[in-house]
Design a binder for this molecule. Structure first.
Ligand code: GUN
Length: 279
């Protein structure tokens, strides 16, 4: 029987750890969350982030800007928050409206307040082994593996998906853990041949039921980062869970697997930012 990796349990444990560290030390971290426009999914994410702040004794500030906000207005707000010593972390919810350059916005956030770990500086630090912040979604998956005593060292970890938020930073973290890492993507030839070699498979494609049982090795560990809204109106991962679960040793469900971990690591990064700025 496969272990069902429970992201709700592990994210609660991470948030509890962060809260205890804050309360024991009398820390007063503060996260500023910016949302531009009225994308319903972004609204849900931002609400969840604010709720997690409350759960972990982190103060949160919300800046909800109208969809017609100009890039200059947004950059001006970021400059103001960068200069505000009361604000330790700044997060701008993506995606942004099309007329705003996301890279310019990410790069404007002061690196020591970049709790998403999205900036070139923080990504560079990640790859050179000098990171300050954890990339939230990938670090959440590493936390899941640790909780279930699943070691990456010496394993062949295959990541399918090369995004800046998941695939690429996940490769850096797995490499750091001593894994042999392969990154596959939409141009990869003979994908199934490679995924069948995976001791640990990270599914980050964004297509419902993309991974069938014949693409997965017996006894593998499967981390499914996909969040796809199915025709049934429910959330589904990238993996055909019902078909794959019987042949693997551990697997994350969707929802309730990797998803809840991202915000838990964001809380941890906000505390890290506070402590960096108040040494
Ligand atoms: N949009 C989707 N995921 C994320 C995330 O982790 N951080 C931000 N800022 N925006 C997102």
């Amino acid at each position: 029987m496969a272990i069902r990796i429970d992201g709700k349990v592990v994210s609660l444990a991470v948030k509890e750890r962060v809260k205890q560290q804050i309360l024991e030390n009398g820390d007063t971290p503060c996260l500023a969350v910016i949302i531009v426009g009225d994308d319903p999914a972004s609204r849900v994410y931002v609400n969840n982030k604010k709720k997690a702040c409350t759960e972990t004794a982190i103060r949160s500030l919300e800046y909800a800007l109208p969809p017609e906000t100009t890039q200059d207005e947004l950059l001006e707000l970021i400059d103001k928050l960068n200069a505000d010593h009361e604000v330790n972390g700044i997060l701008c919810q993506l995606p942004l409206p099309k007329h705003i350059d996301e890279t310019a916005v990410i790069e404007r956030i002061a690196p020591d307040k970049d709790v998403d770990c999205f900036s070139n500086r923080n990504i560079g630090k990640l790859w050179t082994g000098t990171k300050v912040f954890e990339p939230c979604t990938p670090a959440g998956m590493i936390e899941l593996l640790k909780y279930y005593n699943i070691d990456c060292d010496g394993k062949h970890c295959v990541i399918v998906g090369r995004s800046n938020i998941v695939g690429k930073p996940m490769a850096a973290l797995m490499l750091e853990q001593g894994a042999t890492v392969t990154i596959c993507h939409s141009h990869t030839r003979n994908l199934s041949e490679i995924t069948r070699q995976a001791d640990i498979l990270v599914a980050a494609v964004g297509k419902e039921h993309f991974f069938s049982a014949d693409m997965i090795k017996d006894g593998a560990v499967v981390l499914d980062v996909g969040i796809n809204r199915g025709e049934d109106g429910k959330l589904h991962g990238d993996v055909d869970f019902a078909a794959v679960e019987p042949k693997v040793s551990a697997i994350t469900p969707v929802p309730g697997g990797c998803g809840p971990m991202t915000i838990a690591i964001l809380m941890q990064n906000t505390l890290t930012a506070y402590r960096l700025q108040n040494q």
